[in-house]
Design a protein around this ligand. Sequence first.
Ligand SMILES: [Zn+2]
Length: 479
Amino acid sequence: MANDKKFVQSITSRSEDFAQWYTDVVKEAKLCDYSSVKGCLNYLPNGYAIWENIQQDLDKRFKETGVENVYLPVLIPESLLKKEQNHIEGFAPEVAWVTHGGGEELEERFCVRPTSETLFCDHWQKVVKSYRDLPLVWNQWNSVFRWEKTTRPFLRSREFLWQEGHTLHATSEEALERTLQMFKVYIDFVTEDLAIPLVYGKKTESEKFAGAEATYTIEAMMHDGKALQSATSHFFGSEFPDSFDIKYLDKNNKLHSAYETSWGLSTRIIGAIIMVHGDDSGLVLPPRIAPTQAIVIPIAQHKEGVIEKANEVVELLKKNNIRTKIDDSEKSPGFKFAEQEMLGIPVRIEIGPKDIENNECVIVRRDNREKIVVKLDNLGNELPKILETIQKDMYDKAKNFLDEHIYEATTMEEMKKISNEKVGFIKAMWCGDPECEDYIKFETNGFGSRCIQENEKISDKCIYCGKDAKELVIWGKSY
Ligand SMILES: [Zn+2]
């Protein structure tokens, strides 16, 4: 038992120190660790397996909308990066440069891609001639590099994994439609597959992506009340393609500008899964993306027939497409339970001599520790239903937390009071002036604008300057 205790006590409680809790969970669940390249992560099997499931589910959703996957190089010539002014200004401070190759100094230096809009445009400029070549709806799964000063596992690292979608269209309407379509894909994926409730909408001018006309964001609330920007979809209009001289001939043989979008979701989302669902015993993974959905733990496994029966259960569940493992190691059952909890495996299945006698097993849910006794004959039918219930309950629990931590303010006094006393988001009206936005953030100690809520209104006046309000904004501290 000494060992069991040590294992559980090795993580700090969330209420004591949330940041330390997060670091402890990442370490104890063996998701990733720092490599000897400063600020870069080694994605370990437990963490990478989550990413693989995310990739698989999201990629399927992309392809259902007509997306095709491609792969472009990791290096971008400096001259290309410089073609769009806002874009280069936005990324310049974080760019890493390659100056030498094959032992010689390069004539033109290359940057390690911080994002690939410029490479896509460079290619499109060469291949897009006519309206028949459009639309192009492409995506790549890759890594990008940004020279971040402070880093945290999954949330901010110099190299991270993501997908970046890039599309090119004949009309502005079509490009905007695609921007919103992919925005919707992210909303559905994150709420349905990751059981993470969201607030979402357009970013303000000062928060939008460098070079974009509009950025749409999905934001999740972590257990400490802070926001995590979880995916974004950008509408570029024609300015970006124009700066690369991308033109196509329309049906009347006239030269036309093309319109661009880009959209991305990264391994940051693993940080969101940890901080939305995790508890003081470790990770809690939503069944749909959990690498292992059920772990079978034989009890009194030295007794005759126990391990054999446990293995039969594993085979049965695998046949029912449940990702199942068995832990028949020498560790004590208590230690195995603690380990299952730390790794966030949605259910464990306990099976011992008594259960076998009764032709049943005990299912223990990770999310609420509920014990469910199931007849072995029904297990193949029952467990998928239990996993779906867990998925739904996890979403509902997180949704309640989100709803309980969104406040409204109509005066600055009120807003400052809430920001001092509570954690969470605040809804308040805003006039559209970036100066007011800055002051609000300053006076609330960091509640920046997260997203605009169109068609919603709680007063007529900007909370800061008192002028006519244009928009309702959700404000919050963020990662
Ligand atoms: Zn104002």
